[in-house]
Design a protein around this ligand. Structure first.
Ligand SMILES: [Zn+2]
Length: 340
């Protein structure tokens, strides 16, 4: 119970009039819960992403209730991953008429893979939990060094999050979007304009950015994740990612709310991600052109500049970078270059 309570903490940050980001405060780790955003309009509320747990969504809805009594009429999913959509059913139950909106690719992915990926996760998590607990007991990190405070907090947070997912597994229903679009869609809610933009593939095939043109706020889903970008070996599109981020940058956002991590007020981090994804793509394409297998190609990949810019000398962040960028991200780039 103590760990679960620790898992559920988030910080509600006011971004602009009526715009609040619920930013999860769990330690960075291999697992990380996603940010939700509340957009409170003249007559209603739009919620962007619903977190990775039913408990987390209930807790956020309670926080929203303290801000306003206006009904949630619209839920937006930036992509199909569980940490962004699990709470859909909490909003559906509380507001049966609410629309859930995503790109058509996201809805298709959620319909095809939402239930099975959840089942796979519930099956593999007990082993992950016991491995992490083993490292904590031995006071060691994943690579066998003496664990430091940051790593301990990270592993404990991952254990808590994983235990929450396992405990809720029987109660979760895949709750699909009810409205979809391909390229873009505009919501007019009282005086507020909310644009849903599919700028291109990146983290997944269906990524969208929620753009408030008057406030110049971009809610990016996992096209932008801080402190370390999340890439999936068989789900991310590295070759398209930099172009999608260039389009994001061209909007000239004043505020960027990433899928995970703190709010940004300039595009320096996005610029780093553009260079990183382009470099991954170029190195993978060159390796494929040389006829190298993925294993051979891995040996010559150079990402030190980006690892240092993103993770500094923080041992935990360097590990997360290796898992999600150097390993999964490069594999995704290689797969994309092969298909090209
Ligand atoms: Zn995410």
């Amino acid at each position: 119970m103590f760990l679960l309570a620790a898992l559920l903490t988030f910080q509600l940050e006011k971004i602009s009039d009526g715009v609040y980001a619920a930013i999860r405060t769990n330690a960075p780790g291999l697992g990380a819960d996603a940010t939700s955003v509340f957009i409170i309009n003249d007559d209603d509320v739009v919620v962007v992403d619903t977190t990775g747990s039913l408990a987390g969504a209930r807790e956020e809805l309670a926080a929203l209730r303290k801000l306003t009594s206006k009904p949630v009429r619209t839920v937006i999913n930036t992509h199909w991953h569980f940490d962004h959509v699990t709470g859909n059913q909490i909003y559906r139950d509380a507001f049966p008429n609410a629309e859930i909106i995503s790109s058509s690719a996201t809805r298709a992915d959620m319909a095809a893979k939402g239930a099975s990926s959840r089942a796979d996760m519930a099956k593999s998590l007990p082993q992950f939990i016991s491995d992490l607990k083993g490292f904590l007991d031995k006071k060691q990190n994943f690579t066998g060094e003496a664990i430091n405070d940051e790593e301990r907090a990270s592993y404990e947070s991952d254990v808590a999050q994983a235990e929450g997912v396992v405990a809720e597994a029987k109660d979760v229903r895949v709750t699909l979007p009810t409205t979809t679009f391909d390229e873009s869609m505009t919501l007019h809610r009282g005086a507020r304009t909310i644009e849903l933009l599919r700028l291109g593939r990146g983290h997944t095939s269906g990524d969208i950015v929620v753009w408030l043109p008057d406030e110049k706020i971009a809610i990016t889903g996992d096209l932008v994740v801080w402190p370390v970008p999340l890439m999936g070996s068989d789900q991310s599109y590295i070759g398209d990612w930099s172009a999608s981020l260039e389009k994001l940058r061209a909007l000239q956002p004043r505020t960027i709310i990433p899928g995970h991590g703190h709010v940004m007020h300039d595009d320096a981090y996005v610029a780093t991600l553009i260079r990183l994804t382009r470099s991954l793509q170029e190195q993978a394409a060159a390796a494929v052109a040389r006829g190298e297998t993925l294993d051979v190609a891995r040996k010559s990949v150079k990402l030190d500049e980006f690892r240092d810019a993103i993770a500094g000398d923080d041992r935990l962040l360097r590990f997360i970078f290796r898992v999600y960028v150097a390993n999964a991200g490069f594999a995704a780039a290689y797969r994309g270059a092969q298909a090209f």
